[in-house]
Design a binder for this molecule. Structure first.
Ligand code: ADP
Length: 401
């Protein structure tokens, strides 16, 4: 049995991440990144069974990068490819799930550009490049927002004039849906629980961070909103701030809207608080050596995260488990323990030894006896995109080893 091969593509404005997934194998056959596309420094780097490789592809476009990739993919998948799955950041209200790409889907993704002016055009570049290089393969779009389309209106509406929602789509959409969906389903599988009869809190903690409440396989609330800036503290993003901050900074600093937006997205979060780095590993090291900024950044990160999780609990009928995932969630026993320490009212408590064991891809339960379940579940968005793609190409055909 050779399984099915799916090429997963995540297009950025000047980059293209890719992974070749076989649904019967634990690891991608090949994965990598084409970056600085369009510039003389454009390069392709990838990892396969032989190790790591790189190649200069000066001035290559997205399509030329994919053409460079084609022989590598063909070599890694001599049986052929069954389809291509694309990550698309924003599906607006048009997409409640993943779907096969046709012209009307491309038009709908384009129509959503005002809600994701940086991401959707980049994702479209990846889709258009793949349609040109793989014209005969079915292609599927998997949206970060789609999983959260099941939020009730009282969770997704902002308390602002209704016309702003009705005429301009101003509402909470949520992101990281592919990850929240994957880890909650995986947690149910690991616990032998029925996913359709279960309730979870998830904390996806990477460079971007968000929380989610999932009931019976559906997202019921999530911390990100109209854009991925809302919610918890992130690597360089502030998360929630006073909505009057823009006008305050404009008044006292003379900053433009663009400058405030740049500072909140790129200079804030862990980086802004610590004055040192957006990278949690660096902060943990500096904090252990007494760096006050790093210590404060970690404290704010964990307290705000716990507050967000406690508020997400409002959406649950019961708690079957709190799940940590993403680079920080999967690898930092310290952040997990500091966060859970703020959640005593939910009865949560960790087992220190189990907490320390779950790092570098090790999944497992880390709660102390008597506490509701706390789990570490490594996310795998590429695999979820590949499985969605297979399900749409050959209904009821997708299986994972
Ligand atoms: P992205 O959102 O870009 O996919 P990741 O999920 O890879 O990001 O998460 C990156 C974050 O995970 C960084 O802040 C990094 O420092 C953190 N991280 C990775 N390994 C560790 C570790 N061992 N301890 C603490 N933080 C870690």
């Amino acid at each position: 049995m050779t399984g099915n091969n799916i090429l997963v593509i995540n297009g950025g404005s000047s980059s293209l991440k890719f992974a070749l997934i076989n649904d019967q194998e634990a690891n991608p056959r090949i994965s990598g990144l084409a970056e600085r596309l369009g510039s003389v420094e454009a390069g392709l780097s990838w990892k396969d069974s032989q190790g790591k490789h790189s190649k200069a592809i000066s001035k290559a476009s997205h399509q030329q990068a994919l053409a460079e990739l084609l022989p590598l993919v063909q070599n890694a998948a001599p049986e052929g490819l069954q389809g291509v799955g694309h990550r698309v950041v924003h599906g607006g209200e048009a997409f409640t799930g993943s779907c096969l790409i046709d012209n009307s889907v491309i038009d709908a993704i384009r129509a959503t550009i005002p809600l994701a002016p940086l991401h959707n055009p980049a994702n479209l570049m990846g889709i258009e490049a793949a349609l040109a290089v793989f014209p005969d393969l079915p292609q599927v779009a998997v949206f970060d927002t789609a999983f959260h389309q099941s939020l009730p209106d009282y969770a997704y509406r902002y308390a602002i004039p209704t016309s702003l929602y009705e005429q301009h789509g101003v509402r909470r959409y949520g992101f990281h849906g592919t990850s929240h969906r994957y880890v909650s389903a995986e947690a149910a599988r690991l616990m032998n629980a029925d996913y359709q009869q279960s309730s979870w809190l998830t904390a996806h903690l990477g460079n971007g961070c968000s929380t989610c409440a999932i009931v019976n396989g559906q997202s019921r609330d999530t911390s990100m909103g109209l854009t991925p800036l809302e919610g918890v503290v992130m690597g360089t993003r502030s998360g929630d701030v006073d909505p009057n901050l823009h006008s305050h900074l404009a008044n006292v600093m003379g900053w433009t809207l663009a400058e405030v937006t740049r500072v909140l997205n790129n200079e804030s979060g862990l980086k802004g608080l610590s004055g040192l780095s957006n990278d949690m590993r660096t902060l943990e090291e500096a904090a252990s050596e007494g760096h006050a900024g790093a210590q404060l950044a970690m404290e704010v990160f964990c307290y705000r995260l716990a507050k967000s999780l406690a508020s997400m609990a409002c959406a649950l009928p019961q708690l079957d488990g709190l799940i940590f995932t993403g680079g920080i969630g999967e690898n930092s026993p310290l952040i997990r323990s500091k966060t859970v320490a703020h959640l005593r009212l939910l009865g949560l408590q960790l087992d220190d030894a189990a907490n320390l064991r779950c790092i570098r891809g090790v999944a497992g339960e880390i709660q102390a006896s008597g506490s509701p379940r706390v789990l570490v579940v490594p996310t795998n968005e590429e695999l979820q995109i590949a499985l969605d793609t297979l399900n749409l190409i050959q209904p009821h055909g997708a299986a994972h080893a």
